[in-house]
Design a protein around this ligand. Structure first.
Ligand code: GLC
Length: 546
């Protein structure tokens, strides 16, 4: 655990706490569940875990609506257990990354509650975006900004005299009020929250909605079109995304992280349009890393993926930051499902049956090849829980069980993100698949136990074994050289990492021979290292000879 540069090459496993493992039998994942599975994660071979928000929260958006940033939600445990988990993870050789939510608080947060009972213009209201409405009586929202989850981004409040009053901004659910980062108290508070957790041994933070903190002070109209929702930002001078002012905030955060030994680290959730904009978040003095969503968004296509890889490597090396790679998370369809469609690009804000039929076998074959591609690339790789099991999305959650606020905010037009958040299958028990003793908070699809850890441990060709073997080889690569292309065509990506590793991925419809001189290490179809030609949608790892 001594290596202060660990974050430059780490494999990081995302734990969506509600759905990882249920230790206390209430049907909801928790800290006890995570503690009981640390051995599993260490054995899988990841270097760190990122835990999605576990703070006190009314849970209207999976905990991304925080009531108290220094308390654990009682559903998940308490602070003492959180401290135990951090210590135990470290003993297993796993770093711990938490999720900080600085763009908004829950409307149950004491600050927001104080703002509601304070008058317009008060310091309590200044911590949020309380703005007068348009129209003669202020009855229209201040501008045309839309919530990412659907509908207007403004909600009107009732003032102390019982009359309709100002509007507050919520770029997500109405119960998630956007903070006003031009208020110095907001700055101070978040530095203090970071310190609170760093002092408890936390190794770093993922920054939720990292591009969103600074808003245009004049709140100008954006001219939104509905179909722009959730897409990567590419509007110049966007009034609430990727504004220059966010970088000053992160310079202060970086300074704070640097005061610790070893220094703590950050990863930004930054949905921006291109690698150059992304690089601004990780320029010297800024954050350490950022998610690479252009990689996740890309179709299963050799040309598209290789140009994202190239532009990422170029943009990151220019600022001295490691490249990062991610294929799935708790906000997007799982790769097995997405890659099984005719159109394999990530569709902004859409999921499930509305996107057409899925060929699961095709999706699975591609997801297995994709994970070898990702894990062969230099830098940091993120795995989302269940990705190592090749889980598909649950496409048929009964509508009365859907939890994602996107469902109600879109008036039942979009099912949202629950399909990728289904509680994990651990055992062959057909009831609950070993997630916990009670009915899971989100229903699991029929036959979920067949994907379980237990069944995959027994199957030498399973996705679990593929990922575990790849992680072991990857860990031994150490500081392998940067990527050098051998073939970069419409149907084949083939690259070398010096004498350490060669990776070939066949995206085409015909077989591709494996180079004769190299030693086969691992392949996505059979797992066993064979020199046979690669079929369609298949990847192989080899060690160059000599
Ligand atoms: C991020 C989270 C997502 C959440 C949103 C609002 O995009 O990943 O799950 O709904 O922020 O906090």
């Amino acid at each position: 655990m001594a290596d202060a540069q660990w974050w430059r090459t780490a494999a990081i496993y995302q734990i969506y706490i509600r759905s990882f493992a249920d230790g206390d039998g209430d049907g909801i994942g928790d800290i006890a569940g995570i503690r009981s599975r640390l051995g599993y994660l260490a054995q899988l071979g990841v270097d760190a875990i990122w835990i999605t928000p576990w703070y006190a929260s009314p849970n209207n958006d999976g905990g991304y609506d925080v009531r108290d940033y220094r308390a654990i939600d009682p559903t998940y445990g308490d602070l003492r257990e959180a401290e135990l988990l951090i210590g135990e993870a470290h003993q297993h050789g796993l770093r711990v990354i938490l999720d900080i939510v600085p763009n908004h608080t829950s409307t149950d947060h004491p600050w927001f509650q104080a703002a509601l009972v304070s008058p317009p213009g008060s310091p309590e209201r200044a911590r949020y975006h309380f703005v007068d409405g348009r129209g003669p009586g202020g009855e229209l929202p201040p501008n045309d900004w839309r919530s990412t989850f659907g509908g207007s981004a403004w909600q009107r409040v009732t003032e102390a005299d019982g009359e309709p009053g100002q509007w507050y901004l919520h770029l997500f659910d109405p119960t998630q009020a956007d903070l006003n980062w031009s208020d110095p108290e907001v700055h101070r508070e978040f530095l203090d929250i970071l310190r609170f957790w760093f002092d408890r041994g936390v190794d770093g933070f993922r920054i939720d909605v990292a591009t969103g903190l600074v808003k245009h002070p004049g709140y100008p109209d954006l001219g939104y079109r509905e179909e722009d929702l959730l897409v990567l930002t590419n509007v110049p001078d966007h009034p609430h995304r990727d504004r220059d002012g966010v970088h000053a905030i992160y310079r202060d955060w970086r300074t704070l992280a640097g005061e610790y030994d070893p220094p703590r680290i950050f990863v930004a959730e930054a949905w921006v349009a291109d690698s150059e904009r992304l690089a601004r978040y990780v320029a010297p003095g800024q954050l350490h890393t950022t998610f690479n969503f252009p990689f996740l968004q890309s179709a299963w296509d050799a040309g598209e993926l290789s140009s994202v890889i190239e532009s990422t490597l170029h943009a990151m090396s220019r600022v001295g930051a490691p490249p990062t790679w991610v294929l799935s998370n708790h906000d997007v369809e799982r790769t097995v499902t997405r890659y099984g469609r005719a159109d394999t690009r990530k569709q902004p804000g859409r999921s499930g049956h509305e996107l057409g039929p899925v060929d699961i076998e095709l999706g699975r074959r591609r997801a297995r090849a994709a994970i070898l591609l990702m894990l062969a690339l230099p830098g940091v790789a993120y795995l989302y829980q269940g990705e190592e099991l090749g889980l598909p999305d649950h496409m048929d959650i009964p509508v009365d069980r859907i939890q994602d606020p996107i469902w109600t905010r879109s008036g039942g037009r979009r099912r949202g993100r629950d399909g990728c958040r289904v509680p994990l299958p651990w055992t062959l028990d057909p009831k609950g698949a070993g997630f916990g003793s009670a009915d899971p908070w989100l229903p699991q699809p029929h036959g979920w136990e067949t994907h379980s850890v237990q069944s995959q441990l027994d199957d030498p060709t399973s996705m679990y074994h593929l990922v575990a073997r790849a992680l072991r080889i990857r860990r031994n690569l150490g500081a392998a050289p940067e990527l050098e292309w051998v073939v970069r065509s419409d149907s084949v990506l083939h690259f070398r990492r010096g004498p350490a590793l060669e990776c070939i991925v066949n995206f085409g419809a015909t077989e591709v021979p494996v180079p004769a001189g190299a030693v086969p290490l691992l392949r996505s179809d059979t797992i066993d290292a064979t020199p046979d030609p690669l079929g369609p949608d298949t990847a192989a790892w080899l060690r160059p000879r000599g």
